[in-house]
Write a protein that binds this ligand. Structure first.
Ligand code: HEC
Ligand code: HEC
Length: 219
């Protein structure tokens, strides 16, 4: 709670700062800005909505797949300016282009006074390449049968596409599942019920890939 209040206050400060410093440019562009901008209800709604399902805290540059690659270094340089460092594993290769497009827009059209570093076209290409090559591996159209399949399909597709159950061994899924519960909390979603958690874990155990754990993205 305290932390999210802080985040919202920081966002408000940014917004106010940007609006004040930008008055002349904004005036020539479009609607005139009043002397002291009041936060309207929709400003507050937007800030609150934008803080849900943001990349969760806790990913360090060294945790990224291929951390020494240029793609990873560009993501570290550009993508942690407004929120916590995102990892390519947070989205499927199909979803990354759409997410990246929103991010390019947001970086490009912020007021200059906020001094956001904007990547060149070549750098965007490299980042998108890196994000898609190291992306979350998604499940096929047909899920292996098993108790808990529906709960898995429901809960595990909320923030990213439904993952491939074969990428981890039964033992590793317990660890990944615990991390997802932490993501759910940090990204401000409601946790699964006790029964859902039990069913999903038992489904992951039965449908899991066997043998050596495959960490997607990692070599
Ligand atoms: C100028 C600020 C800014 C920068 C820089 C930025 N983001 Fe974001 N990002 C946002 C905002 C605002 C949101 C919440 C609204 C939304 O999801 O579009 C967000 C949300 C996200 C989310 C969570 C939403 C989702 O669809 O999963 C991901 C993942 C993300 N950003 C990845 C990135 C990546 C990757 C980069 C670098 C290429 C990046 N961001 C750079 C502002 C930024
Ligand atoms: C609140 C949003 C959210 C929900 C709900 C969620 N995830 Fe994730 N997931 C993430 C984020 C963020 C990442 C990237 C960071 C990380 O790996 O923790 C991720 C990454 C992953 C990865 C790739 C990383 C790895 O270690 O293999 C797998 C697999 C995964 N999730 C499985 C699941 C499963 C299974 C569920 C359902 C129990 C689930 N996720 C529900 C946010 C979520």
């Amino acid at each position: 709670m305290g932390r999210s209040d802080l985040a919202i206050r920081a966002a408000l400060a940014l917004l106010l700062f940007g609006a004040c410093r930008q008055a002349p440019r904004a005036a020539t562009r479009q609607a005139p800005v009043e002397a002291v901008p009041q936060l309207t209800r929709s400003d507050r709604l937007l800030l609150a909505a934008a803080s849900i399902a943001l990349p969760p805290e806790g990913v360090a540059p060294g945790d990224l797949p291929e951390p020494r690659s240029r793609g990873a270094q560009l993501v570290v340089a550009y993508c942690a300016q407004c929120h916590a460092l995102p990892t390519p594993l947070a989205h499927s290769a199909t979803d990354w282009p759409g997410v990246a497009r929103r991010m390019w827009l947001r970086m490009e059209w912020l007021p200059d006074s906020l001094k956001v570093q904007v990547p060149s076209m070549a750098e965007r290409y490299e980042m998108l390449q890196y994000l898609t090559v190291n992306a979350l591996k998604v499940s096929g159209a047909v899920l292996p049968p098993g108790k808990g399949r529906d709960e898995f399909a429901l809960v595990c597709s909320r923030c990213h596409a439904l993952p491939d159950v074969r990428v981890h061994s039964a033992a590793d899924w317990a660890v990944v599942y615990a991390r997802m519960e932490r993501n759910i909390e940090r990204m401000k979603l409601a946790p699964p019920t006790g029964q859902q958690a039990e069913d999903i874990l038992s489904y992951l155990r039965t449908a899991a890939g066997g043998g050596r754990a495959a960490r997607p993205g990692a070599k």
